[in-house]
Design a protein around this ligand. Structure first.
Ligand code: FCA
Length: 331
């Protein structure tokens, strides 16, 4: 403090104030955008919450933006540039926007990082030059499939009488990989391939999963029990609600989601168990806090984040919520 006053006094005395002013400008306040494709989804609210925590700790401004379409993304980036932001983190509404987003970020002089959904180029290959934090989708999918297979066994169900609803969203690579992992684990456990029913959802929310699962159940009256999985908790919940509507309650339904945020916790908090048996808890803390901190370090120290980070998950059920949340650093 004293020293800076001395510098100012000397500067004033020697008439070099303009130089001091430009040095001060060099340490501009840091502003980082955090764009998410589905702001109403609890997972993304958690990511924002942890990004806010990083902002408070490091002293930067976080600009939270719900970017539900390509147009919104593009105008948000111009807006961020106009507000003198230096970088952003994005979970894009469509991974195929990849080349357009990269070009826009460059034109707007914004550093960029992706989270959850990795951008693809014109050929559908991941854009590897953009630092990304995602989940190890195949492995987490396998945890889903294994959890379901174990529970089928524990209940003594005959797999021939069990239908599996695969709520799919093939246009998103991480969704493809997650459900593929679940299928792989189910098949490895001896589950019949013919009993896996594809239920394609039009959007990754509960309502669209409900519609897709409802058709799958109606078309397959031969099954006595059902299991279900999809890319997130919303997908699994949609299938659970559809099954309930057809009379398949907790005794006859085993669904495991992915996420473990408020959608799953609300379901577990219901006094009577539902068909939503479990969720693979993934880390909104790493995805929100770590990405924002990485971006801050990139801006302030010019240290680029690792190009690819994949986070892991743990099976959370009604009876181990607190253990698992503690283990993942959430409690
Ligand atoms: C995707 C899904 C989200 C969440 C995230 C980690 O973006 O759509 O629900 O699972 O990956």
């Amino acid at each position: 403090m004293k020293r800076s006053m001395l510098v100012l006094a000397l500067a004033a005395a020697f008439g070099v104030l303009p130089i001091v002013a430009s040095v001060a400008q060099a340490a501009e306040p840091v502003k980082i955008g955090f764009l998410v494709k589905q702001p109403e989804e609890p997972w993304f609210q958690d990511e924002w919450k942890f990004a806010e925590q990083a902002a408070k700790e490091k002293g930067f401004t976080l600009v939270k933006i719900g970017a539900v379409s390509g147009e919104k993304v593009m105008s948000a980036l111009d807006n961020l540039a106009a507000q003198q932001a230096q970088g952003f983190i994005i979970c894009t509404p469509d991974v195929k926007l990849g080349p357009g987003i990269v070009a826009k970020a460059k034109a707007d002089h914004l550093k960029m990082m992706t989270v959850d959904d990795r951008l693809v180029d014109g050929k559908g290959n991941p854009i590897e030059s953009v630092p990304h934090m995602g989940i190890s989708a195949i492995n987490i999918g396998k945890q889903v499939g294994q959890g379901i297979a174990d529970e089928i066994k524990a209940r003594g169900w005959n797999p021939a009488e069990v239908g599996a609803i695969k709520v799919s969203f093939e246009q998103l690579p991480t969704a493809h990989d997650r459900t593929q992992g679940a299928v792989d684990a189910l098949l490895a456990s001896g589950f019949p391939k013919a009993n896996i029913i594809d239920a394609a959802q039009a959007k990754t929310d509960t309502e669209n999963a409900f519609n897709a699962a409802n058709i799958a159940i109606t078309k397959n009256p031969q099954f006595k029990h059902w299991v279900a999985f999809g890319l997130n908790d919303e997908a699994a919940l949609g299938a659970v609600r559809a099954a309930e509507g057809r009379g398949f309650k907790a005794d006859n339904m085993i669904a495991i989601g992915i996420g473990g945020s408020q959608s799953a916790l609300n379901e577990f908090a219901k006094p009577t168990p539902t068909g939503f048996y479990g969720s693979i808890l993934i880390s909104p803390k790493r995805h929100g806090y770590e990405t924002s901190t990485d971006m801050y370090t990139w801006i302030t120290e010019n240290k680029e984040p690792p190009l690819l980070t994949l986070s892991t998950g743990m099976l959370m059920k009604r009876d181990n919520i607190h253990e698992v949340r503690k283990e993942m650093g959430l409690e």
